[in-house]
Design a binder for this molecule. Structure first.
Ligand SMILES: NC(=O)c1ccc[n+]([C@@H]2O[C@H](COP(=O)([O-])OP(=O)(O)OC[C@H]3O[C@@H](n4cnc5c(N)ncnc54)[C@H](O)[C@@H]3O)[C@@H](O)[C@H]2O)c1
Length: 315
């Protein structure tokens, strides 16, 4: 096996994808970043342009792609509700046609392929915390369905390509992840609170703020990706990757206000439709199969993320 691998990262100009490109290049691999810039930014990868082992291609994964690669990370998909609900048909196409095109490429090149699935496949869960064996509680007609059902169909495609065509797959179900390079206007809670606090605006909490979420720092997540890709053919997932430590929205808002020395006030708005009340990963499988668990404390990760947004807003 080649030590330096030719690796395609779809969605490589996005938040997680750009950190993945950094990491793979630092490990000595050749990286082909494929993105249509729907939610990704050139500024996320501009520091890599000029690196000889790095190449960027503007391409929409809903169309076939013919390149030669050893590994594929399929991350292309808008990930935040404001973005994926903006054009729900395109979101479904990206998940489903994107998976078919990337799996077709993996089949032809015999590449190993990683799927960035999501905790959203569990919907508004009736089981808590969620193990991988839980089939989920998704409203197939709701406004989140374009994302949830798209990702569920993508998982089905991954497992069928594996069973039918022997494609080497690895499927991770990612829970809320945060860090530098999140989109400032993606409506996700960590970026929202930080941008509002740094701008001195009211911090908007949906519902009464008691609903909880768990937050995984991006470097922890990438460590999980690397461990999953390094497992043998016997383990393909799906495996939950996320931080099981829960915080309420009110706790998170108060932490952000304290860490930014902000004068922002908390304001409460009605919960959006289909918003899950609670979600927490059961990471027993990741601990056992990957020897993985998150290491970065929320306060440390927030410090880095606040530093990033401070610079971004100043520029
Ligand atoms: N961030 C999280 O908390 C989280 C949680 C669960 C799953 N995920 C998954 O991880 C992946 C990356 O998420 P992210 O947070 O970095 O989101 P992001 O929006 O920052 O990145 C997604 C990238 O995909 C690109 N893209 C979208 N549609 C495309 C298309 N049709 N063709 C080519 N490129 C396309 C976007 O331009 C963007 O660069 C997504 O698949 C997402 O569903 C993320």
């Amino acid at each position: 096996m080649r030590l330096s691998r030719r690796i395609l990262v779809s969605g490589g100009a996005g938040f997680i994808g750009s950190h993945l490109c950094d990491r793979l290049l630092a490990e000595g691999h050749e990286v082909l970043c494929v993105d249509n810039y729907f939610t990704g930014w050139r500024r996320n990868i501009e520091h890599l342009v000029g690196t000889p082992r790095f190449e960027v291609m503007r391409h929409d994964v809903t169309f076939p792609l013919y390149v030669e690669v050893d590994d594929i990370y399929n991350l292309a998909c808008p990930a935040s509700p404001v973005h994926y609900q903006h054009d729900p048909v395109q979101t479904l196409k990206t998940s489903v046609h994107g998976a078919i095109n990337m799996l077709g490429l993996a089949k032809r090149t015999r590449a190993k392929i990683f799927q960035a699935s999501t905790s959203e496949v569990y919907g508004d869960p009736t089981v808590h915390p969620q193990p991988e064996s839980y089939w989920g509680h998704v409203n197939p007609l709701g406004i989140r369905a374009c994302y949830d059902e798209g990702k569920r169909a993508a998982e089905t495609l991954f497992f069928d390509y594996h069973r039918q065509h022997k494609v080497k797959i690895k499927v991770a179900r990612i829970f809320n992840t945060y860090g530098p390079r999140m989109h400032p206007r993606d409506g996700r809670v960590v970026s929202n609170f930080i941008v509002q606090a740094l701008s001195g605006d009211d911090i908007t909490i949906y519902g009464d703020g008691s609903q909880t979420r768990s937050f995984c720092y991006v470097t922890d997540l990438l460590d999980g990706f690397a461990r999953l890709m390094a497992t043998g053919d016997g383990f393909i997932g799906p495996v939950n990757l996320g931080n099981p430590v829960e915080f309420s929205m009110r706790e998170l808002a108060e932490m952000v206000i304290a860490m930014t020395d902000s004068k922002s006030k908390l304001v409460y708005l009605p919960l959006p439709s289909d918003d899950p009340k609670q979600r927490q990963p059961d990471i027993t499988l990741a601990r056992r199969e990957l020897g993985w668990e998150p290491k970065v404390a929320l306060a440390d990760g927030l410090k880095e993320t606040i530093g990033y947004f401070r610079k971004l807003l100043a520029s």
